[in-house]
Design a protein around this ligand. Structure first.
Ligand code: DGL
Length: 267
């Protein structure tokens, strides 16, 4: 029964858990497989061809485990490979892209800031988002190397993260951005720190809830939604990196001390 099959979710690492938690909230009965490609993280500084190759391996793995739908819970991977994934596989695919459209709708100053990886910001998909929605809105882009690495280590609080965030957020604030897009799925885990730095007058936008809604819509449309509404959905977590290290961080970010992560190297 494909309806009882799991949703397959992946990211370069643990960042996609910010998407997975919204899917869990919205779809409490669906089983989920989550693959954290932490051994190859960060994707954001790698050549797009290398990212694509990795992404195909992860999709192949999740499909071999019975995934009925794929969620590319990574802006960088979506920017470079979403069209190819959709061409290559039969299952429905949900991607993630920086929430430029909602930010344009929210800004009052007419300037938005987008925090994302270098690969995301230089991708054609991102340029076309800007071309489509930002006729009357100024867009300041800010690559943010180092943030993903901190989240991968579970360092979502403290001086190191705060100093780096101040360095990346100040230029956006100085140029009058009143709306900031978190264009990388790792960044929502830094949201409390970001809110502290920018203060209450700045709108922060991430895509987790929208991606969860799109996942639910697509499952329904394809008649793939789980029928059993009596049992809570289960999660299985996999990683290409050290099981122990990733398990600790997944437990922190997933807010569950009992989570188990399986080491699953893929070529
Ligand atoms: N979570 C990925 C994204 O949304 C992180 C990218 C990286 O690994 O650099 O872009």
């Amino acid at each position: 029964m494909p309806q009882q099959s799991p949703i397959g979710i992946f990211d370069s690492g643990v960042g996609g858990l910010s998407i997975a938690r919204e899917i869990r909230n919205l779809l409490p009965n669906e089983d989920m497989l989550y693959y954290a490609d932490s051994a190859y993280c960060p994707y954001g500084e790698k050549p797009p061809a290398d990212i694509k190759k990795r992404v195909f391996s992860l999709c192949d793995f999740l499909l071999s485990q019975g995934a009925k739908l794929l969620v590319v819970a990574c802006n960088t991977a979506s920017i470079v490979s979403l069209d190819d994934i959709r061409q290559r596989y039969q299952v429905p695919v949900v991607g993630v892209e920086p929430a430029v459209k909602p930010a344009v709708a929210a800004t009052k100053s007419g300037t938005i800031g987008v925090l994302a990886t270098g690969v995301t910001l230089s991708g054609d998909r991102f340029s076309s988002l800007v071309a489509r929605y930002c006729h009357k809105t100024a867009v300041i882009t800010q690559p943010a190397p180092g943030l993903v690495e901190l989240v991968e280590k579970g360092k979502i609080q403290g001086n190191e993260a705060e100093q780096l965030l101040v360095k990346y957020l100040n230029p956006l604030l100085e140029q009058n951005a009143d709306t900031i897009v978190l264009g990388c799925t790792h960044y929502p885990f830094l949201r409390p720190l970001i809110e502290n730095i920018v203060g209450p007058n700045i709108t922060i936008i991430d895509t987790g809830k929208a991606v969860a809604r799109q996942t639910a819509r697509l499952l329904k449309q394809m008649k793939l939604s789980c029928h059993d509404t009596t049992k809570p959905g289960k999660e299985l977590f996999y990683t290409s990196a050290s099981q122990e290290t990733v398990e600790q961080v997944v437990r922190l970010l997933w807010n569950d001390r009992s989570v188990k992560v399986k080491h699953m190297p893929l070529t």
